[in-house]
Design a protein around this ligand. Structure first.
Ligand code: ZN
Length: 353
């Protein structure tokens, strides 16, 4: 029943084996082990790939087998003074009674996502979950707690396509924002779009823009990113790692080539910009969005591009995996110093064609 119900939420060669392994695993667990499950720990323990394992837990939430939990860790003691079942009740600031100190939640650092068995799978005795959480918090104090190798952060979860598509109501309340220490943002825009509308007429131009969105969305999702929003014919996307954004942008350059402007031999030209840094997560118009200077800078990077080129910042170039990507692609790299509108001083920027 577990496998049958979850099967339709995923695809690919790893999907069924992941569900089968997870089903065997959960059948052999005590109730206490099915509380606050770290999906990456389970993946490692069962030698499964992390992404399909996280998706299997998400599918389990959709089918009522698991509950999703957002744990707000205190950055001082690692304890969990607060948690919620929905991101909508997350607060920018929390208080740790164990440390007697206030702290700010960071979506990519201190906000951890865990899963617990839902009543459909296990019924916890009254007060058992609270007792388990207290035992966890106490284990931190008495040195018996083992730090997991990896945890799934709130920002990691937001970048899973299944979460992005099916949990769109999991957003922050409109009054709250959460800090993010590091996110990678990609902005794109079509070159000469005004002229295109003039030349082709609205309907044909719109069709072309839609076709170009398909190419972009596929490249972004294939490389671990999510489309945050479209603004006219521009796209804003986010990634966890700089090299993913760079690879997505490089693959757009190739994939867009066959998309010709009707009646011409010219390809659609997409100008791109990437920047990484801190931001805040917010909810605008009921949708997840980012806000802050990193967003402005990423948009300015994109504004520097005039042709089928990708402009990116030092923060992107500093990432070792980004440099490996550039080396393997043998992309013609240029380094510039330039001014960015509204930002003081000369900025180092890079471009690849
Ligand atoms: Zn604390």
């Amino acid at each position: 029943m577990f496998i049958d119900e979850l099967l339709s939420h995923g695809s690919g060669p790893d999907w069924r084996p992941t569900l089968e392994a997870l089903d065997r695993w959960r059948s052999g667990q005590l109730a206490s082990a099915l509380f606050r499950i770290n999906p990456l720990d389970v993946a490692r323990h069962l030698s499964l790939k992390p992404d399909p394992t996280v998706d299997a837990f998400l599918a389990g939430v959709l089918e009522g087998w698991f509950d999703l939990r957002w744990d707000y860790h205190c950055p001082h003691c690692q304890g969990i003074p607060n948690f919620s079942s929905h991101l909508g009740t997350a607060k920018a600031e929390d208080f740790c009674p164990m440390c007697n100190v206030g702290f700010r939640n960071e979506l990519d650092q201190t906000v951890e996502v865990t899963f617990s068995a839902a009543p459909k799978m296990v019924s916890f005795a009254p007060g058992e979950q609270e007792a388990l959480l207290m035992a966890y918090n106490q284990s931190l104090g008495n040195g018996t707690w083992v730090k997991p190798e990896q945890t799934l952060s709130g920002l990691d979860l937001l970048h899973r396509p299944l979460f992005h598509e099916r949990f769109s109501d999991e957003v922050l309340s409109a009054e709250e924002s959460l800090e993010i220490r590091h996110v990678v943002l990609l902005f794109t825009d079509i070159k000469g779009s005004t002229a295109l509308y003039e030349q082709l007429g609205d309907a044909k131009a719109y069709n072309l823009v839609r076709e170009h969105f398909k190419v972009l969305f596929k490249a972004i999702e294939t490389h671990g990113g999510i489309v945050v929003k479209t603004i006219g014919d521009a796209v804003m996307a986010s990634f966890r790692v700089a090299s993913q954004a760079l690879e997505a942008a490089l693959s757009v350059q190739k994939a867009i080539e066959p998309l010709k402007i009707p009646g011409t031999e010219e390809s659609v030209v997409v100008k791109m910009g990437i920047h990484a840094g801190p931001a805040i997560a917010v909810t605008l118009n009921d949708r997840f969005d980012y806000f802050g200077q990193t967003v402005n800078r990423a948009a300015r990077m994109q504004g520097l591009a005039h042709d089928q080129e990708i402009f990116f910042s030092e923060a992107v170039f500093r990432d070792a995996a980004s440099r490996r990507t550039l080396a393997t692609r043998k992309a013609a790299l240029r380094k510039w110093k330039t001014q960015l509108k509204g930002i003081e001083g000369d900025q180092v920027v890079y471009s690849v064609k």
